[in-house]
Design a protein around this ligand. Structure first.
Ligand code: F6R
Ligand code: MG
Ligand code: MG
Length: 364
């Protein structure tokens, strides 16, 4: 039997430089140094998008491995100590627990992991976002795996036109459901259109059952019970030979669609595809960013990255995102720029409500 490899992307915001805009290079160095010393990994790549550190790890330990999660946790703790020394902003903000208890899920950091047998050639894309939430992947995953106007292979590739299975998570009630596409497209869309509530956890090839994509789906505020920033999710996509081509996987980001997050995690704004050297949210702590890094896996080694959104073909998406930003910013504190009230429940709004609650009288 072919040996399986595990690809784990584990991320956390453990201190911003400056404010919530970026990560200090000392923290990235520290993470590189610690992962380099570990003998658990086949390979690793450390990067950042905005104020989040992303650890991209390959290994043979399977998903939810205590050793791998412990390693990531230790890296984040060591980086937090450094962040505290440099007095970086919000040092340790995503680490909710004091002590590691076997699995990093539910402790603050975001996790996306998949285990699979490496194919003859294994192109993958890792998307990493800042200033937005896990539901931000719903629209592009739908386009990649279910929209024939985006993905030509759904129509003309015999290895793909069986369609895909979508595993959807209800983040509020903690339930999951699987929809088959194309036959259950409309049912799928009823749910994933509400991206603050339902999100696409994973996608599978319908014939082979092979995993095609998985993402981080935790909602930090629901876990912490208070506002601790947006989740800034990550998503892994396998490409080519029965999965969407790299270009089909990147295509949805040519439209800077609207996501929740941005300033104070409380605003709707365009998701701007960015290159690694331009992924520091600046204007109004944004607009929300997405970086797409490509790797070829070779016996678990990460050959890459290819910084896809550095390409000039994403210039129009960035220009359009800036135009949308100009327009929607003009709304100031009014909805729909500001998120609706139920989405504000986990921001600092309840504190304002608490102060004013005695001022409200019954209307006769
Ligand atoms: C959004 C984000 C920032 C902060 C904002 C206020 O995810 O992290 O927009 O919410 O800069 O930050 P505090 O409350 O730390 O001053
Ligand atoms: Mg932050
Ligand atoms: Mg962030």
């Amino acid at each position: 039997m072919n040996k399986k490899i595990t690809l784990s992307v584990i991320k956390a915001d453990i201190g911003g430089f400056v404010g919530h805009s970026s990560v200090h290079s000392d923290l990235l160095e520290k993470a590189n140094e610690m992962l380099g010393e570990s003998n658990l990994l086949t390979d690793f790549h450390v990067t950042h998008v905005g104020d989040d550190i992303n650890l991209i790890l390959t290994h043979g330990k399977g998903i939810d491995s205590e050793e791998i999660h412990q390693l990531a946790w230790d890296v984040f703790i060591a980086c937090t100590e450094l962040a505290k020394k440099l007095k970086l902003y919000g040092a340790g903000q995503d680490l909710l627990g004091d002590a590691f208890s076997g699995n990093i899920r539910g402790m603050g950091p975001g996790v996306a992991e998949m285990e699979f047998v490496e194919r003859k050639s294994e192109p993958i894309v890792i998307f990493m976002a800042d200033k937005t939430e896990p539901g931000a992947w719903n629209y592009p995953l739908y386009k990649m795996f279910a929209d024939p106007f985006n993905t030509a292979g759904l129509v003309i590739d015999p290895k793909m036109n069986c369609g895909f299975k979508f595993e959807i998570h209800d983040l509020i009630k903690n339930k999951k459901v699987i929809f088959n596409t194309p036959e259950e497209l409309y049912d799928l869309l009823v749910f994933i259109g509400a991206s603050g509530h339902y999100c696409v956890k994973s996608v599978f090839h319908k014939d082979t059952g092979d995993i095609a994509s998985t993402s981080s789906t935790q909602r930090l505020n629901l876990m912490a019970g208070r506002y601790v920033g947006k989740d800034d999710p990550v998503c892994i996509v396998r490409c080519q030979s029965g999965f969407p081509a790299v270009g089909e996987v990147l295509e949805p980001f040519s439209n800077p669609y609207m996501v929740s997050g941005w300033m104070r995690g409380s605003h709707s704004g365009p998701l701007m595809p960015s290159s690694l050297d331009k992924c520091n949210p600046t204007r109004f702590d944004g607009p929300p960013r997405v970086v797409g890094l490509g790797f070829q896996l070779a016996e678990g080694k990460l050959i890459g990255p290819q910084d896809f959104f550095a390409d000039t073909s994403y210039d129009n998406a960035r220009r359009k995102a800036n135009e949308i930003a100009d327009y929607i910013r003009s709304m100031g504190p009014f909805e729909p720029h500001r998120l609706p009230l139920d989405e504000m429940e986990y921001t600092t709004l309840p504190l304002v409500m608490e102060r004013l609650k005695d001022r409200f009288e019954d209307i006769d």
